[in-house]
Design a protein around this ligand. Sequence first.
Ligand code: 3PG
Length: 211
Amino acid sequence: MLTVEQVAACGVVPVVVLEDAEQAVPTAKALLKGGITAMEITFRTAAAKASIARVAAEVPQMIVGAGTVVNVEQLHDAVEAGAKFIVSPGTDEDIIVEAAKLDVTMMPGVVTPSEIMVGLKHGIRVFKFFPAESFGGLKTIKALSGPFPQIKFIPTGGINQNNAADYFNNAKIQAVGGSWMVTKDMVASADFEGIAAKSKAATDLFKEIRG
Ligand code: 3PG
């Protein structure tokens, strides 16, 4: 099983929505070109499972994971397709327990102390913080870090190139997530140069701040 640190090593985890599995490999290659080493393909479309399978088989340098996993069935589909990590927008104990059984890295989503306490009970130490900007962003992360000094966050939701530096400057941030470097429009128009350029800007910013 990969550690969250390995998954989040480049500091930016793109949240990718693919309508067509044909888009998966060129999107993964564009992200890689921009220095992004892990991507979350979301179960928001019917193409998710096939897309994960394509990246797992054809782009071995990319750590492919599944996002927006909201039930155990999707978790099974994701792992069967080759997902190396699982992200959920919320905290569901069934998903956390089953992911541990399947030996796959799991990041549940939280915004409250109670959700964090559920995750802690199951050994989770790095949480998705979603939707970050709507739930107080860094201010809330700093407040949550008081009672929970042992955890780190991957905030997503409303993060972009303009505010990512604020997050990178906080030691409780493992990485940030988001869709700004790989929007639906960019994928639909096959703007792979654009995806690579925005990815590079984001990973360069992380390196500049974190070294
Ligand atoms: C997620 O699931 O993490 C969000 O949809 C990403 O949010 P963003 O589109 O605001 O980056």
